[in-house]
Design a protein around this ligand. Structure first.
Ligand code: 0GY
Length: 293
C-alpha cells in the first residue's frame, strides 16, 4: 500500500443508533486482496487489502442488513473482486461496476446475473484519467436496457463542465457524496443551490448523503459542518437519497473515521423514522432489489 495510506479503523465502536431491519450500506468498496485480485496497472493509488469478509463483519457489527459495493478506481474496469464478493454475499450485496465502452452485451448480462445494478462514471481528476463524454454516452446507452443506473462522482467545481452530459443520461443517476460541496460555504449559497437545482429539475437524479469525514473541515466525531447539507437533501428529496459508510475510506489523509460514529450521525441527518426508513431501506431497495418492491 502507499506509504501514507491510512488503513480502515481496526475496532469501530458499536453504534448507539440501531438502524431499522433491512438497512443498506449503499456505498462501500472491497480492495483485493491484492494477491488474489491484483490492483489495476492504471490505478492512481495502492490501498491496503480490505476484503469481503471484513466488510460482512462490519455490516453485522453496525447493525446493517445489506451492502452496495461500488467498484473503486484502484481496480479499474476489472470487476473480479466485486463479482467475487457479490457471489459470496448470499444475496446480501449488490454492485456498481466500471466498464469500458467496448463492453459486450454478454459481459453486461454476466455482471447483471452476478448482482451488478449500475455503472460508475468517475470525473474526479486525482482518481482517473479523463474519459471522453462520447465514450460515457455509449456506455449509458448500452446499460440502460438492463434497467441499471449510473453513479457519478465529481467535485463541486466540475459540475458546470459535466452538466450537459449528466442531465442527458437516459437512466436513474446517483451522485456520490452530495457532489462534494465546500461545506465552509452556506447551505443556501450559490454552490450548493446549483446542486439542489440539479435534483429539483431532474427527477431521475439522486444523491448519496455520505462521506461527512471527507467533506468536513471541523472533523470527527460530529462533523457538524456537513450535517446541515445532508439533512437538507434528506428533507427535500426524501425518496432520492442513499446513505453509505464509504468503508474502507480510500484516500483519507486527515484521519480515519470510526464507522460506528458514522452510523450514529444518521438520526441527525434523517430526523424522523419515516425519513430513516426511506433513506436506509426503501430507497436502496428500489434501485438495487427492485424485484422486492
Ligand atoms: C470514494 C471516494 C474516493 C475514491 C474512490 O473509486 C475510488 O477510488 O471512489 C476518493 O478518493 O475520494 O467514494 O470511495
Amino acid at each position: 500500500m502507499d506509504a501514507d495510506w491510512l488503513a480502515f479503523h481496526p475496532d469501530p465502536s458499536k453504534p448507539q443508533y440501531a438502524p431499522p431491519p433491512g438497512a443498506v450500506d449503499a456505498h462501500c468498496h472491497v480492495f483485493g486482496p491484492a494477491a488474489e485480485f491484483p490492483f489495476a496497472p492504471e490505478r492512481k493509488y495502492t490501498p491496503c487489502d480490505a476484503g469481503k469478509r471484513q466488510l460482512w463483519a462490519l455490516r453485522d457489527h453496525l447493525g446493517l442488513s445489506r451492502n452496495v459495493i461500488v467498484q473503486a478506481t484502484c481496480h479499474g474496469a476489472d470487476n473480479r473482486a466485486l463479482v467475487d464478493a457479490l457471489a459470496a454475499s448470499n444475496g446480501l450485496a449488490r454492485g456498481v461496476a466500471t466498464v469500458r465502452k467496448d463492453v459486450t452485451n454478454q459481459e453486461l448480462r454476466t455482471l447483471n446475473a452476478a448482482g451488478v445494478r449500475g455503472v460508475r462514471f468517475n470525473f474526479v481528476k486525482r482518481l482517473v484519467d479523463k474519459l471522453s463524454h462520447e465514450d460515457l454516452g455509449i456506455i449509458a446507452e448500452k446499460i440502460a436496457p438492463l434497467g441499471w443506473h449510473i453513479v457519478i462522482y465529481f467535485e463541486a467545481a466540475e459540475l458546470p463542465e459535466i452538466y450537459p452530459l449528466v442531465t442527458a443520461l437516459p437512466t436513474q443517476v446517483v451522485v456520490d457524496h452530495m457532489g462534494r460541496p465546500d461545506v465552509s460555504r452556506p447551505v443556501e449559497g450559490p454552490q450548493f443551490a446549483r446542486f439542489v437545482r440539479l435534483l429539483e429539475e431532474h427527477p431521475n437524479i439522486w444523491s448519496k448523503v455520505s462521506c461527512p469525514e471527507r467533506l468536513s473541515q471541523v472533523g470527527p466525531p460530529g462533523y457538524e459542518d456537513v450535517i446541515p447539507f445532508s439533512r437538507y437533501l434528506v428533507e427535500r428529496f426524501p425518496n432520492r437519497v442513499l446513505w453509505g459508510t464509504d468503508w474502507p475510506h480510500p484516500n483519507m489523509k486527515s484521519h480515519m473515521p470510526d464507522d460506528g460514529k458514522l452510523v450514529d450521525l444518521i438520526p441527525r441527518i434523517a430526523p424522523t423514522p419515516a425519513l430513516r426508513q426511506a433513506l436506509l431501506v426503501e430507497n436502496p431497495r428500489r434501485l438495487y432489489w427492485p424485484e422486492e418492491v
